[in-house]
Every structure is written in structure tokens, then in C-alpha cells.
Design a protein around this ligand. Sequence first.
Ligand SMILES: Cc1cc2nc3c(=O)[nH]c(=O)nc-3n(C[C@H](O)[C@H](O)[C@H](O)COP(=O)(O)OP(=O)(O)OC[C@H]3O[C@@H](n4cnc5c(N)ncnc54)[C@H](O)[C@@H]3O)c2cc1C
Length: 384
Amino acid sequence: MSAPASNEIAAIAATIGRDIAGPAAADVDKNARFPIEAITALREANLMSALVPVDEGGSGASLVEVGEAVFGLSQHCASTAMIFAMHHIQVACLVRHERTAELQKLQDQLVAEQLLFGSATTEKGIGGDVRSSTCAVERDGDTFTLVKDAPVISYGEYADVIFATARRTPDSPPSDQSFVACLKSGLTLESTSTWDTLGFRGTCSPGFVLSATGPTSLIFEDSYSDISAQTMLPTAHTLWAHVWLGIATSATNKAREFVRGAARRAPGTTPPGAIRLADLMSHLQQFQETANGAARRFDELADDRTAVSAARFAIMMNGVKISASTLVIEIVSKALLIVGIAGYRDGGKFGLGLQLRDSYGGALMVNNDRIALNTAQMLLVTKG
Ligand SMILES: Cc1cc2nc3c(=O)[nH]c(=O)nc-3n(C[C@H](O)[C@H](O)[C@H](O)COP(=O)(O)OP(=O)(O)OC[C@H]3O[C@@H](n4cnc5c(N)ncnc54)[C@H](O)[C@@H]3O)c2cc1C
């Protein structure tokens, strides 16, 4: 099957969300298991290479289009959507940065085999400071080795490739980082913790000591500092925002259905929840504008490396992450107030437990306090 047209991917993802990810979501959450059926369907639909240009075998999708696909999945299973989003963040790095022959081969393999990409950017002792590493890449001739104590690697056991950050050499300072594609064939993951969490349980994200080896041509030529500023940070904040938007939309839809049911039961009256629903809708609209606007802005500036590297762009994208991860909690909490006890009860068509638990993950995945501090530092030194 060939790659779908870029304007088809959102509809395909929405169908997979509705027919496959949604029906499995409760079981995925209950058992903290990998959503294998949805990820298999996304692979079979050739959606894993959506961001690869058309003339290189992919769909040539924009970030707006991938964001819509993530959103379509997230309304049914946020863990599936988060896995799909995290995968595409790594694909964006591969597609947009200087490629060695080996990395080009990896991109071709992604297109042909619909590989799943994961990431190890955080590190024990460093926490969420992704622009700093303790571990280092060691080179011996044309071969590298890397050992990283990673507190969280989402779907590490299921990924075909894990993209990891590390100091460029054992003598480099913590911020002089390289970005390395660690292929499954040269990878060992030694489990160090479990993943029994409040939300995003299906991402299966325990800690591992990652040991990797391979040809040095799997190390990106661009520095991680450029990859992070130009691609990883803006695509992560944008696609994560679409995951959270899907959670907020699913909660709002339940609240809306609940209020409409109450209105039908008492014709001629306005249920008390209706005013709250109107307020909720305005927050959701604001959220949609934030997430979609971030994707549009990235697409507009994507080829202008100076503009996407500028502090003002990073400040804007940091704002997107903080607003989106805060709005999702607010919206789901407001929806719960509208729905009441039927939302508090686990399961059932109005149950909001899963949305509420998932909504709290956003502010922690790279802690909002860290992001706010980073923005504050840039504001102090940026003119205009
Ligand atoms: C669902 C999910 C999936 C994830 N998947 C992955 C993955 O696949 N790969 C990956 O690498 N990571 C992943 N992460 C991210 C990762 O788990 C965390 O960002 C990271 O482990 C940091 O954890 P921490 O809370 O201990 O962080 P810290 O960032 O250390 O934060 C802990 C506390 O310290 C405070 N703090 C510490 N230092 C500062 C500072 N300088 N400025 C401000 N506040 C500070 C914070 O406010 C916070 O209260 C995922 C996270 C989630 C929620």
C-alpha cells in the first residue's frame, strides 16, 4: 500500500481512533498495556511516515495535518495519540536535519517498514532538563557506544529505534549534546522501574538503562542544540497540545451530551449546566486556536531556520505548552462539574475518570515550572 495523501491522514486516523483505539481504551488504561491494535492499524495505513516528503515515499504532511491526526486519535485514546505524537516528533527531527547515508537509510526503512520511533531525552539526575546530559557518546573508530540511565522511555520495549541525547564526547560540557539514533539491533534496555501511573498508562513508559552501539553515522551531524530549537521543541509542544486538545474535546462532548439529555427531559427549561457548558465551549475554542495556531505558525516558518531558532519563536512555543497543559485540566474539571456524579463514576458513557487522570500528565512532561523558567530567562535577554 502506498502512502496516503497528506489531506487524507486526519480522516484515516479519526477512523482508527473511533473503530480501533476507542474500543480498546479502557482495557489499555486498566492494564497499562501498549495499544497494539491501534498502533498496528496506524502502521498498516502507512501513517508512520506521514512527515516524510512525497518524493521520498511519505505523505509530505504538514504539522497542521499531523496535528489533526493526533487530535482525531486522542478523542478516543490519549495514550495511542501520545505514542503517535511522540513518534512523529522524532520523525520530524530525522526529516528536517542533516542526514548521513546511514540516517537516510533509516528514513527509507521507516517508509518501507513503518517503524516506530521512541526517545530518551530525559536522564536520571538531570530530570526534565532536556538540554543537558550526563551520559556521553564514546567513539572507537567508526563505532559508537552509549549508556544512558533514562527515568522514562515511552514504549521503549516496542520501539524499533530510540533517539537519545548525550554529551558529544566524554570531555564535552553537559549542554554540548549529540542526537543519536539507537537501532534495536544494537540496543539493550535493562528495566529499572515500572509504569503504574495515574494517566497515559498505555504509553508504557518505565525507566531503563539504555546501552546502544552502532556505526557513528547514526549520530546526527547537526548539534542537538539546533535540532531541539528548530524541530524537537516546537513539534513536541505543538503535537502534545493536540493530544491534550483531544482529551479536552472528548470531555466537552460528554458534558454537552449530558446537558442536551437534561434539556430533553425537561422541555422548555434551560438546564443549570447549560451556562457552564457555554463557558466550557469558549475555553475549548481558545484551546483549539492555541493548538492549531502553533501548528500553522510552525508550517509557515519551517524552512526559515533563523526564524525557528529565534528566542521569540521558542517563547511562543513554550507559551503554547504551558497554556495547553493548563487548559486541558481546567476543561476536564469543568466538564466534571457539569456532568456530576455520572462523570465521577468509573466507566459508563459519561465517566470522566480517564480524561481527568490523563489531563494531569501534560504539565509534568517537561515540567511547566522548567519551561516557565526557560521563558523567563529568554525574556530577560531578548529585545522587543
Ligand atoms: C506520559 C509521559 C511520557 C513521557 N515519555 C518520555 C519519553 O519517552 N522519553 C523521555 O525522555 N521523557 C519522557 N517523559 C518526560 C519525563 O518523564 C519527565 O519530564 C522527566 O523524567 C522529568 O521528571 P521529573 O518530574 O522528575 O522532573 P523535573 O523536571 O526534575 O521536575 C521535578 C520537580 O523539580 C522542579 N524543578 C527542578 N529543577 C527545576 C528548574 N531548573 N526549574 C524549575 N523547576 C525545577 C520542577 O518544578 C518539579 O517540581 C514523559 C513524561 C510523561 C508524563
